[in-house]
Design a protein. Sequence first.
Length: 488
Amino acid sequence: MTATDTTESARGSRTFFGQPPFLANLFGIELWERFSFYGMQGILLIYLYYTVEQGGLGIDRGAATSIVGAYGGTVYLSTVVGAWLADRLFGAERVLFYSAILVMAGHISLALLPGLVGVGTGLVLVALGSGGVKANATSLVGSLYAEDDDRRDAGFSLFYLGINVGALLGPLVTGLLQKNIGFHVGFGAAAVGMALGLMQYAIARRRVRPQAHEVPHPLARQHRRPLAAAAAGAVVALALLAWAGLLPLQRLSTIVVVLSGLAAIGYFVVILRSHAITAVERRRVLAFIPMFAASAVFWSLYQQQFTVVTIYSDTRLDRNIFGWQMPVPWVQSINPIFIILLAGVFAAIWTRLGPRQPSTPVKFAAGTALMGVAFLLFLPLAGGGPNSAPLLALIGILFVFTLAELLLSPVGLSLSTKLAPRAFRTQMVALFFLSVALGTAMAGTLAKYYNESNEAPYFAALGAVAIALGVALWALNPLLRRMMSGVR
């Protein structure tokens, strides 16, 4: 069955809000994976820097933000591994399923193993597993649509809705459990959420189309053993570096920034030099490079929800609601609420506009610039003491975060599948996630420069850089549209 046949069949069935029916299953597993992911991440930073008396590990705050940034970046960096395994060895569906099992094992480790042993084991397993889930779930969503199907952006927006239902519920559940019972119970709730996602997906796996198991660019058998040996050697080398103390906690996020940047450069070179892509596909990949850069800058600001904004919520935000102190992680559920309310609106707008909607470069430019505006909105609140920032003000700022996110993130996922050469379908999705890896790790590195007693320069500088890049990308729109060869 061709992509067009699949699309026409989906149009006729209209079993999931007018989208292909298999989208419902992908929606479900991504919802529960995000519940566990954001539920754990909602309490991770404060677990690292809270004192032992508060139930935490008492790690230096700069080191704690570096760990969070490195972990978040590694999640998206590992999409490269998940995408490669799908495209070259196992197919997207198998990698998706077994990666979800790794995620569950990681959350169990965080819940049951004490101290840094549990943190190290759990975060590595969750990072590797989440990377495999993210790249392949997104690729499978893209495979449901023909290249010229105007429902594609709307479908990705609905898929993004599932992500944010999980992102909303996760911090609410784990934050409440952490506050009333303890951190490890919160981590355990994340493990239960991932188990539920696996159960619903396993039940429906028999309905997966055979095409989901295809390996589009199989690796020659004679190359498999040397690559396995090289991978094992890399794991051993990293373990030895960590044991020798050559991977200091303060620099972990910067290390991931460098690795993400090198991986992205390597991927672009491999794809652009491949004989398996056409001239049109090559121009489309080149057009993706400026949007990759804009995406990295966007995420370096946006992902500070888990570093600077978490610290801000703990130290500067007035969380008193009629005499009740709201848990710090609940702030991370504000953005998903807005996403849930607005994702359908954006999907409807793109569907209604159809071919008249703004081009993807314009959406990227607007999202990047608006993210800069969100950081500038912190300036009127700068200079206050503890508990001086009103909750309503932060809610308003996170609303602007949401508008920027909806302009760039689901559109970026869609773009990576539209511009992907046939031989590098899943790996092109991984390239988009490498921009997220770069930005997320940078969010951990930048957080070390945040000083709550002198906030204005930090927020002003980052906001201005994002706005300037957004304007530059808007100016490049005519050139990029020509290079995209008909893809909007």
